[in-house]
Design a protein around this ligand. Structure first.
Ligand SMILES: Nc1ncnc2c1ncn2[C@@H]1O[C@H](COP(=O)(O)OP(=O)(O)OP(=O)(O)O)[C@@H](O)[C@H]1O
Length: 380
């Protein structure tokens, strides 16, 4: 069911939970009811801290597939915009769902205004396929047959063959998984540094599922290694060709591709720096209360810390709200979820994070009013 207007909320305290928990009931024309739990004490360093600074902040939301990353990212974007922060929400997940979440067409790879919030909110869905093609064409010219052509054109085909053992083409023609997203993010970096984007004080990334994100973090090293080789090669070529050019006066004008790669590498290094900047960036892990998802979140947290990415918050989404009249299935499910939540308390990686519990609501969260409703529960 799609919410079309701001929901009317009635607050009840719950008998079944600790005093810190409250139970929210949503009524709309008596047609349906949504119950939710919130834990204000768990979010003590919460939304106020997130809005306090006027300088630009980046939030990256990530986790296992399907746990609710997009819903949480979109609800945070709406909440920021309604708090006076012009906000940009970016999807770098190859399978975009921002348009579905906002129930608006946000496709096209350009800035699209989201209708509904009080302050400007824009969305950007980067198409990783296009970004990859751009990368491929650059590497093919510089690292694949392009190197050979270039060197042939300079009368240096022999050297090209000798340098063949560098296997640049192979390295770059089979890029590691996650490269798409890396390039997409580096494209966003290029955008956000431009004056057109200077109005945004909050930028939220709805990232691809965990595996991609982890690989993404190691990509600057990959690019350092592979692009480093290309640049070394380029240096060798230019040294060798400058002698020829000085004799024949031949102008070599084939440096665009490697310049492009160098720019990509520079941007990737910036992305890594951004991911690590504790003053401006925070990675928020989104999970659900199952043992499997929490184990994966713990591993994600370990990897993020290893990569020096700041992590402060853990959202446990889709927690069953308390109920006085559980069916057998719900009772079992709730017990299971409680067990999973207990694991967080004793998990050395996760226990130190600011825990935010988000309820499983009984409507699909689509459209700005629904996102506002979810955001008011999650971001306190
Ligand atoms: N707290 C919730 N209560 C009820 N439904 C939810 C909740 N959170 C998310 N959903 C629903 O779960 C589905 C998946 O959510 P969402 O797209 O936000 O997840 P995701 O982690 O971004 O998925 P993907 O990894 O596929 O991008 C959506 O239909 C969304 O409406």
């Amino acid at each position: 069911m799609l919410l079309t207007q701001t929901p009317k909320l009635t607050l009840f305290s719950s008998r079944l939970t600790s005093p810190r928990h409250v139970c929210l009931y949503l009524r709309r024309g008596g047609a349906f009811q949504v119950r939710a739990i919130a834990t204000p004490a768990d979010t003590a360093e919460g939304f106020e801290e997130m809005t306090a600074s006027t300088s630009r902040k980046y939030y990256m939301l990530g986790g296992k597939g399907g746990v609710g990353k997009t819903s949480c990212a979109a609800s945070l974007a709406v909440k920021f915009a309604n708090s006076g922060h012009p906000t940009l929400v970016v999807s770098t997940d190859p399978a975009h769902s921002l348009s579905d979440s906002f129930a608006q067409d946000l496709t096209g790879g350009l800035l699209v205004p989201v209708e509904g919030p009080d302050s400007p909110l824009f969305a950007l869905e980067i198409n990783p396929e296009n970004a990859r093609e751009e990368f491929r064409s650059a590497t093919q010219t510089s690292g694949g047959t392009g190197v050979k052509d270039f060197m042939d054109s300079m009368g240096l085909g022999m050297i090209a063959e000798q340098l063949g053992e560098l296997k640049l083409g192979e390295l770059l023609d089979t890029p590691p998984p996650g490269l798409d997203e890396a390039i997409a993010i580096s494209k966003v970096m290029q955008f956000v540094e431009s004056p057109q984007y200077s109005m945004f004080s909050r930028i939220i990334f709805d990232t691809a599922p965990t595996g991609h994100t982890l690989r993404l973090l190691s990509l600057p090293d990959f690019l350092d290694a592979s692009i480093g080789k290309i640049l070394k090669l380029k240096q060798k070529i230019s040294q060798a060709t400058s002698a020829i050019k000085s004799v024949f006066g031949q102008e070599g004008n084939k440096e665009d591709a490697s310049d492009k790669l160098e720019k990509l590498r520079e941007r990737m290094v910036k992305v890594r720096e951004l991911f690590r900047d504790t003053d401006s960036t925070e990675f928020i892990i989104v999970t659900i209360p199952t043992v499997m998802a929490i184990s994966e979140s713990s591993r994600l947290c370990t990897s993020l810390k290893k990569e020096q990415v700041p992590v402060k918050r853990l959202i446990v989404n889709q927690v069953l709200p308390p109920s006085a009249s559980d069916c057998k299935f719900c009772a079992m499910k709730r017990k299971d979820q409680m067990r999973a939540l207990d694991i967080i308390k004793s998990d050395s990686e996760l226990m130190g994070l600011n825990l935010i519990q988000a309820p499983l609501v009984d409507v699909e969260i689509r459209g700005v009013p629904a996102l506002r409703f979810l955001g008011d529960i999650v971001w306190k």
